[in-house]
Write a protein that binds this ligand. Structure first.
Ligand code: ATP
Ligand code: MG
Length: 570
């Protein structure tokens, strides 16, 4: 500690500091100053849909802080709305958080567990003269709120006595009034420049069954009267949320000021910019519309930006973390290029994915000088980026498939793949030369007759002669048929929900899914199970779909090997 640091060490520390995002900086200061001994963050989803990549960012941020600073992260369902329980949504959220590799602290929490405490705090606010029961209708309340430039009008019920308010609020709880007949409002300031401070509603009457509390309540706290206090109850030190809650912060503080007890942890709210992605819609409401109207096959359709959709598409938890790291944490709204997400998954799968050869659009090749019944097994590298992945044996024979686009009858000098009279390398196998092109009566090419050079085994040149093209291939008799689903962007517009006069569904790309039937894969694929990921050499990264079975193997393309958009005809 007392020894002077070398220049290198100080530089390293400086580097590290520089790379902290602004939230990490706050956390580090709070730990250093002793404000907190341990940090507690939380992820608070509303179980009204599947989580999307924006939520993934929030999860990675909150749980990432917990991990990095040896703290804790809670998972809390924000279930203040007594809608019918959607177990499907709640379950999917738990599954997604687990899949990302995180473990929440203790049990799953529910805002509804705090209803009794919130009610007691509401009573306290009434007693202290900070809340009143308003008989105005919802329309009257919004009509008298004013505008940002004009003050609102005080309710005629604003100055009820504490006793009357207590009595009415208790009777609201007992169910003596109908939905909408009364609300409880905070008594703050009807002329505040912050609209959220104009006597916001704290409780509303809703004679509805809640999925956890059943019929115990017919009054329900509003989100704004719940969120900050739930954080307070759980001892959350850093309450991280998206920018739209910045204007709510004074209100949360106002509530906390009135219930805070000395010595307890007071949550600090920190806002960051929500993630927006180009060519993508993100709000759960819009994603639900895509599902309900059948534009996609479900919440986990591989074209969806949901965590379950990305998982099915072949994304890995690590790739989403790489993405979150690259995006960083911003204080201003922006739109991230969806290409960065694709880049992130390539980066991770390049290091981890098993390589295989699969021909998506097969063209038959007969090697005329290869002994008719001969077969041989040729070693192939499983992952050049990972030596420990080892090798496998790929069967070779005299009848093969190559990719149709790898042959051109009319080819210029820059075309290094197969052409009449030309020679190429078959990866891991031999050099072959094309001698004859066979066509059907319509002039379509049906087969190529080639010869191989037995001395070029392993794809090595026997005499120093060079071939430029290397093709993937599959032995016809050993090939396994697979169906491959190729995906393009779901929307053809960069900001599908950014048009005032047009609904985002008008920008749906009709060609976002194409299915290739009976592609030819090497036998290794036979044992693949849903979720397995591969690189098909020269074709991209692929993942076995959940619809796949032993009889019909179905594979999703996660992403092409390169961003074809930056090099259109590459
Ligand atoms: P949406 O607006 O997409 O329907 P939401 O905000 O209603 O989502 P919640 O379940 O309330 O969804 O969100 C849970 C947490 O995830 C919140 O803390 C919220 O701020 C965060 N979150 C939601 N969308 C994004 C996003 N696009 N980027 C980052 N964080 C997000
Ligand atoms: Mg929300």
């Amino acid at each position: 500690m007392n020894e002077a640091m070398t220049e290198k060490e100080t530089n390293e520390i400086r580097e590290e500091k520089k790379s902290l995002n602004f939230i990490e900086q706050i956390v580090e200061e709070d730990l250093k100053s002793g404000k907190h001994k341990e940090i507690i963050t939380r992820f608070p989803p509303e179980p009204n849909g599947y989580l999307h990549i924006g939520h993934a960012k929030s999860i990675i941020l909150n749980f990432g802080l917990g991990e990095k600073y040896n703290g804790k992260t809670n998972l809390r369902f924000d279930d203040t709305n007594p809608v019918k329980e959607d177990v499907e949504y709640a379950d999917s959220i738990l599954e997604d958080v687990k899949w990302l590799g995180y473990k929440w602290h203790g049990e799953v929490r529910y805002a509804s567990d705090y209803f009794e405490q919130l009610y007691e705090w509401a009573i306290k606010l009434i007693k202290d003269g900070y809340a009143y029961v308003d008989d105005q209708s919802g329309e009257e309340i919004s009509a008298t709120r004013g505008t940002p430039l004009q003050p609102g009008k005080e309710s005629p019920f604003r100055n009820r006595s504490v006793e009357e308010n207590l009595d009415l609020f208790e009777r609201m709880r007992k169910g003596e009034f109908k939905d909408g007949e009364k609300v409880l409002r905070a008594k703050i300031d009807m002329s505040s420049p912050n609209m959220h401070m104009r006597d916001p509603v704290m409780y509303r009457i809703k004679h509805a069954e809640h999925h956890r509390t059943g019929n115990k309540w017919c009054i329900y706290p509003m989100y704004d009267f719940t969120h900050g206090q739930s954080d307070y109850i759980e001892g959350i030190t850093h309450s991280i949320c998206t920018l739209e809650f910045e204007n709510h912060r004074p209100l949360y503080d106002w509530f906390l000021d009135r219930i805070y007890e000395e010595g307890k942890t007071r949550p600090r709210q920190i806002e960051f910019a929500r993630l927006n992605l180009s060519y993508t819609v993100m709000s759960k409401r819009k994603l639900l519309k895509l599902v309900e109207n059948g534009y996609v096959s479900g919440w986990d359709d591989p074209r969806m930006p949901t965590i379950s959709g990305l998982r099915r598409r072949g994304y890995t938890p690590e790739s989403l973390k790489i993405f979150a790291e690259k995006v960083g944490v911003a204080k201003r709204e922006n739109i991230i290029d969806v290409g960065l997400l694709e880049y992130s998954v390539r980066e991770h799968l390049n290091k981890t994915a098993q390589r295989l050869m699969t021909v998506l659009d097969p063209l038959k090749v007969t090697i005329t000088n290869y002994p008719e019944d001969k077969e041989e097994m040729l070693p192939a590298v499983n992952n050049p980026e990972d030596e420990s992945a080892g090798t496998r044996e790929v069967p070779f024979s005299g009848t093969l498939y190559i990719e149709r686009e790898d042959f051109r009858e009319e080819a210029n000098r820059k075309f290094f793949r197969l052409k009449p009279g030309g020679e190429v390398r078959l990866r891991y196998a031999y050099f072959i030369k094309c001698n004859e092109v066979i066509k059907d009566e319509n002039g379509n090419i049906t087969e190529l007759l080639c010869t191989y050079d037995p001395l070029s085994k392993g794809g090595k040149s026997p005499d120093g002669r060079k071939v430029k093209g290397t093709l993937h291939w599959v032995s016809a008799k050993h090939a396994v048929d697979v169906d491959v689903r190729l995906y393009d962007r779901l929307f053809s517009d960069e900001t599908p929900d950014g048009h005032k006069d047009k609904d985002f569904t008008e920008f749906i790309n009709p060609e976002s899914l194409s299915v290739l039937k009976n592609c030819k894969s090497e036998p290794f694929i036979k044992n693949a199970v849903p979720g397995d990921r591969f690189q098909f050499e020269r074709k991209g990264y692929f993942c076995v779909d959940k619809d796949s079975s032993k009889d019909k193997i179905i594979i999703n393309r996660t992403v092409a090997l390169r961003d074809s958009r930056s090099k259109k005809n590459g």
